[in-house]
Design a protein around this ligand. Structure first.
Ligand code: DUC
Ligand code: ZN
Ligand code: ZN
Length: 474
């Protein structure tokens, strides 16, 4: 006798590969039994009419990140994981961002302190390498990979983060040697700086001009450059937050050459356009939509959908990077009011990622339910060393599950969300399909919008080395 703690009964279980009518039995926080009917359990949840899916894994989230002297991030680990859980997620992977001149190890210890006892759901850390000193490259990175932070991000832009081509090669080389997965922010520093100065000289400083300061050609050039560096060293890379057709063409080209180039896109690139940054007649409200790369146009949205359907993208992440709008420490900081250049880049979206993709993708017939699970959960687990502990519903896996009502209609509004920001870019956006219960390690965290889980129940997950980070010629 198995002594099941919890049975989820009557639902349709959907994984990345299967759609099955069965009950799910949970014991000690893990899936213990899948059966046509489970009759005996200490507790039962009726999931009739609902879809039972692996909880979302959002592998691109920023929390409690240093954002310069004038700006504070709107979410730490408490509100960030609460909001994530309310949006159907059971794991997130935020970034531990090295500030230039700091030890990366000290930075990770600092993030452990920030997260300890605060999280409602499990979390890992990607590293951000902004200062690849010999100590970072030869000692700190290998030690941190061994501690379970098995992926890192590099930036090709931003004064405080940009790496030179030589530095990119140095860190790619370490990634290859250590089997770590590299995530690349592909936008070129000099190109953006050049256009920004031109725009400012012409008095074009409203938030709207954030878009023209970094057109697709800049993303395309950097994507190509990153791919070329990766080819030179035979190291797999993940191009994050791809915004449109031009970068996608580079990714397709790379794959045709046999290169291991993975790609991620985000809700902003299927639902927003650069016109959102105009706000109301070029007022500051366009700042709410300032993120990088910027949202493009409707043709780019069409391209991203092609990519989602054709497998160009492995992951659909939120790039949750939450700032306040109406705050002197947010989008409307004093300098931000003088130029788009000072408006912090990023949008809150960890809670709306899954409803937006379900509604626009599954409900509108563009992708299947199984593709939805792959894009929001399973592929994140596989790429980032969490599979099969997470990212699927199978015997032995963590009981990280979302119960989803495919027919529920909601209108996204700030007042129903659980994040720390004072706005959502999707205010008034109507969706069909909504998470009605989030279960993490067998415990209910969110029940119909109400947070019932315990702060601190989520823990740090040391991730395995990614099998997807093995060189093509290994
Ligand atoms: N890149 C991100 O990944 N998030 C927010 C800002 C940025 O440039
Ligand atoms: Zn980025
Ligand atoms: Zn990001």
């Amino acid at each position: 006798m198995l002594d099941i703690d919890l049975a989820i009964r009557g639902g349709t279980v959907v994984t990345a590969s299967d759609t099955i009518r069965c009950d799910v039995g949970i014991k000690n926080g893990k899936v213990a039994l899948l059966a046509e009917t489970i009759t005996e359990a200490a507790r039962t949840i009726d999931a009739s009419g609902l879809i039972v899916m692996p909880g979302g894994i959002d592998s691109h989230v920023h929390l409690d990140q240093p954002s310069g002297p004038d700006v504070t991030m709107a979410d730490g680990f408490e509100s960030g994981t609460r909001s994530a859980a309310a949006g159907g997620n059971t794991t997130i992977i935020p970034f531990a961002m090295q500030v230039k001149g700091e030890s990366l190890r000290a930075c990770v210890s600092d993030y452990h302190r920030k997260a300890e006892g605060k999280a409602y759901i499990d979390y890992g850390f990607h590293l951000v390498v902004s200062d690849p000193t010999p100590t970072v490259l030869n000692q700190e990175l290998p030690a941190l990979f061994a501690d379970g932070c098995t992926s890192f991000k590099v930036f090709m832009t931003y004064d405080d983060l940009v790496l030179s081509d030589r530095q990119l090669l140095e860190v790619f080389d370490v990634a290859r040697r250590e089997q770590a997965l590299v995530m690349v922010h592909a936008e070129g520093y000099d190109n953006i700086k050049f256009l920004t100065e031109r725009l400012e000289a012409a008095g074009k400083t409203a938030p709207y001009y954030h878009g023209p300061s970094r057109p697709q050609v800049i993303e395309r050039e950097a994507t190509h450059r990153a791919i070329s560096h990766a080819e030179l060293l035979d190291v797999p890379i993940m191009i994050v937050h791809v915004s449109g057709r031009e970068a996608m063409e580079q990714i397709r080209w790379a794959r045709q050459r046999g290169l291991k180039v993975y790609a991620e896109t985000c809700p902003q690139y299927i639902t927003l356009t650069e016109d959102d940054m105009k706000g109301l007649n070029m007022d500051m409200s366009g700042a709410k939509y300032v993120c990088s790369p910027p949202p493009r146009d409707t043709d780019s949205q069409k391209a991203i959908w092609e990519g989602l359907k054709q497998g160009v993208f492995q992951t659909f992440s939120s790039d949750h990077c939450p700032f306040f709008y109406d705050s002197p420490r947010g989008k409307l900081n004093e300098k931000g009011r003088t130029s788009f250049k000072w408006v912090p880049n990023g949008l809150p979206g960890v809670e709306t990622r899954m409803p937006v993709l379900w509604s626009e993708g599954v409900s509108k017939g563009r992708i299947t339910m199984n593709e939805f699970v792959a894009l929001t959960s399973t592929n994140h687990a596989k790429l980032y060393g969490l599979y099969p502990k997470k990212g699927t519903i199978a015997v032995g896996a963590d009981a990280d599950i979302v119960l989803w009502d495919p027919n529920r209609k909601e209108t996204i509004r700030q007042e129903i969300l659980h994040h720390g920001s004072d706005y959502t870019p999707w205010e008034g956006f109507a969706v069909t399909g909504w998470p009605v219960m989030t279960i993490a390690k067998g415990r209910t965290v969110v029940d119909d919008g109400k947070v019932v889980g315990a702060m601190g129940a989520g823990s740090f997950i040391a991730r395995d080395k990614s099998p997807y980070a093995l060189p093509a010629g290994a």
